[in-house]
Design a binder for this molecule. Structure first.
Ligand code: PGA
Length: 249
């Protein structure tokens, strides 16, 4: 049985003060939820403050990105060691916005996962197809390629996969629960064929997840959680998603 895992990806939103306001409102709403793993990924600048406020809570802290070198002359980049020292236990890698706007390839994603895992950070690896690729019936081919490239020479320990169809991110269009499950089944099949321990890997769905569609998504056997953008920015909305995931456990 895989424990549901709900993660908030705040993207480039929230100052330090706004982060503190969110956490102070959110923690009492979910402090009795024990059957769901909960993670918040604020921007880098708010990590230390978030870590302080989340200490001894049931909410984990993650970052939205990391660089693949340990240290050195890489102006503007953030290393795994820095994330650990800021209190993170997890990092999101390969989000479609990083791939699209910052030219991250599967090779770069692979290097980032390796460095993150060498430093004992858990990883949420994002994959997903564009609308054009789905309509051309290329979804599985694209996902298989992303998995092969991103997970090259890597075991599956402490890795969560987030399936995020690009056409569903921030658009209000959610994949149907059947579409999500079918695609997760493909991902699970790929993992089983190519790696050990595939049955323990949690596969999150991401793309316009909200309090009113989480229960349906979680009712599918292969949907183990969600990576949530827009609807994670308000405490009551994100708490609603966490609780919706708990009910189906
Ligand atoms: P969304 O974003 O929930 O706003 O669609 C999801 C994501 O990009 O992780």
């Amino acid at each position: 049985m895989r424990k549901p895992f709900i993660a908030a990806n705040w993207k480039m939103n929230k100052t330090i003060i706004e982060t503190a306001e969110f956490i102070n409102a959110f923690l009492p709403m979910v402090n009795d939820v024990m059957d769901v793993d909960i993670l918040i990924a604020p921007p880098f600048t708010a990590l230390s403050e978030a870590s302080r406020l989340l200490k001894s809570s049931n909410v984990m802290l993650g970052a939205q990105n990391v660089y693949y070198e340990e240290k050195g002359a890489f102006t503007g980049e953030i290393s795994p060691g820095m994330l650990l020292s800021a209190g993170c236990s997890c990092v999101i890698i390969g989000h479609s916005e990083r791939r699209e706007y910052f030219s991250e390839t599967d090779e770069i994603v692979n290097k980032k996962i390796k460095t993150a895992r060498n430093n004992n950070l858990e990883v949420i690896l994002c994959i997903g197809e564009s609308l054009e690729q789905r309509e051309a019936d290329k979804t599985f081919e694209v996902l298989g390629g992303q998995l092969a490239g991103s997970l090259k020479d890597l075991p599956l320990d402490a890795i969560t996969i987030a399936y995020e169809p690009i056409w569903a991110i921030g658009t209000g269009k959610t994949a149907t629960k059947e579409q999500a499950n079918e695609t997760h089944e493909y991902i699970r099949g790929w993992l089983r064929k190519n790696k050990d321990g595939a049955d323990n890997v949690r596969i999150q769905y991401g793309g316009s997840v909200k309090p009113d569609n989480i229960e349906a998504l979680m009712s599918e056997s292969e949907v183990d959680g969600a990576l949530v953008g827009g609807a994670s920015l308000k405490p009551d909305s994100f708490a609603g998603i966490v609780k919706g995931a708990a009910k189906n456990n």
